[in-house]
Design a protein around this ligand. Structure first.
Ligand SMILES: Nc1ncnc2c1ncn2[C@@H]1O[C@H](COP(=O)(O)OP(=O)(O)OP(=O)(O)O)[C@@H](O)[C@H]1O
Ligand SMILES: [Mg+2]
Length: 368
């Protein structure tokens, strides 16, 4: 017989354990996650290497898909180890069929347009490729010019829905200038050479889910900086799409990212913005990381569900503060056990890992 979950006393208060409600998405024995009854549907998970983050995220992806078959679930897979039964698999690499176009414009009259998109893309590339300020300025100018060459103008909303340029167009523009002797363009061309060569920002946009399903975007064959641009661009596009669909009563979509350190971390990054704004539009974010350093304060603070797996002793103090669990609880966490905070409730429980769920489902005695 399973032992009951342990109620926790935190630094602040005694916790009522509504998570004992035995319905919803099962995380552990007697521990259920009900995203719709929480302040938001986001989850942030932390744990050292081998603590069970990948199995936890796969378990949540799998069970969320079963519980909410009409919700769209995207897995951004940086390491290629997030395979889930029943998924649609889209790898992005040198010769993949699909890509992601970072230059697709946000058509929201408030906060969208070609200049803003030029700025977002320049900032992402600056962070991932470590551009100097001259190259940054040059890239920003060239992107704005590129949109204009495609008939898209910031001050004319009717042009924002035109077919946007892609990185092939950017490459051609930079090459022309470099060939004409423009020194800054020559340096920029050198910096962006590998990014252009992979071609994933020039190919047809990968197909999105509609009406439910699980789609895994495998970025593991890409250098990490190109994967970061792809992950950031895709997360941005999902937020934009959801804003355009308008506010939502319930859940529409989850984006799941193990290894959050591969994504840009700044305050205005896609992850921070989804954590802050996603709920209204039905977009949830589920992230995991080995260290709290890889997660912005916004990402940790805004997430209603926090899962702490065993962490390195050097992380205990900060994790205890940021995830609001008593230091002793974090420090003494048993292998493969988790401290789980869902809104005001908290519980200590092992998570049922993905592989065990699949085994149980495939065991004849468990099939009704
Ligand atoms: N709840 C669990 N119960 C039993 N075994 C588990 C559980 N979670 C994970 N494992 C096992 O522990 C090992 C490590 O798990 P996992 O790969 O999920 O860790 P991780 O935190 O993602 O590690 P890394 O940071 O190195 O990627 C795996 O062999 C996995 O099968
Ligand atoms: Mg892992």
């Amino acid at each position: 017989m399973q032992s009951p979950p342990i109620k926790l006393r935190t630094n602040n208060d005694l916790i009522s354990v509504n998570s004992l409600i035995s319905s919803g998405i099962k995380l552990g024995h007697n521990c259920y996650w009900n995203p719709e009854s929480l302040p938001n549907q986001h989850i942030v998970t932390i744990g050292s290497s081998g603590s069970g983050k990948t199995q936890t995220l796969k378990a949540i992806a799998h069970s969320t898909h079963q519980y909410y078959p009409t919700v769209n679930i995207y897995i951004i897979d940086f390491h290629g180890d997030q395979e889930i039964e029943g998924e649609t698999y889209v790898p992005l690499h040198m010769s993949s069929k699909y890509g992601i176009n970072p230059l697709i414009i946000n058509p929201d009259p408030e906060g969208g347009g070609s200049n803003i998109q030029s700025l977002i893309v320049t900032t992402t590339i600056k962070q991932t490729l470590q551009l100097g300020s001259v190259q940054e300025g040059k890239l920003l100018l060239l992107l704005k010019e590129l949109y204009q060459l495609h008939g898209i103008y910031q001050n004319d909303l009717t042009t924002w829905s035109k077919e946007p340029p892609n990185f092939l167009d950017l490459e051609e523009l930079i090459r022309k200038l470099a060939e004409s002797g423009d020194k800054d363009a020559q340096k920029l061309e050198l910096k962006l050479e590998a990014t252009f060569q992979y071609g994933i920002f020039s190919r047809p946009q990968l197909p999105l889910l509609s009406g439910g399903g699980l789609l895994r975007i495998d970025l593991s064959k890409l250098p990490s900086y190109i994967g970061a641009i792809a992950g950031e661009s895709f997360a941005n596009q999902l937020l934009v799409n959801h804003k355009l669909m308008g506010e939502a009563e319930g859940l529409r979509t989850f984006i799941i990212i193990d290894e959050a350190k591969e994504m840009p971390k700044k305050d205005y990054s896609a992850l921070s913005r989804i954590m802050a704004d996603g709920r209204k539009f039905g977009l949830g974010l589920i992230v995991a990381s080995q260290s709290e350093r890889h997660l912005s304060a916004d990402v940790i603070g805004n997430s209603a569900t926090k899962i702490v797996l065993p962490v390195d002793q050097t992380e205990v103090k900060k994790v205890s503060n940021k995830f609001r669990f008593a230091e002793a609880k974090v420090s003494n966490l048993q292998p493969l056990h988790a401290l789980i905070r869902m809104g005001k409730d908290a519980i200590e429980s092992p998570i049922i890992p993905y592989y065990q769920r699949i085994n149980d489902e495939n065991t004849p005695s468990n099939i009704c």
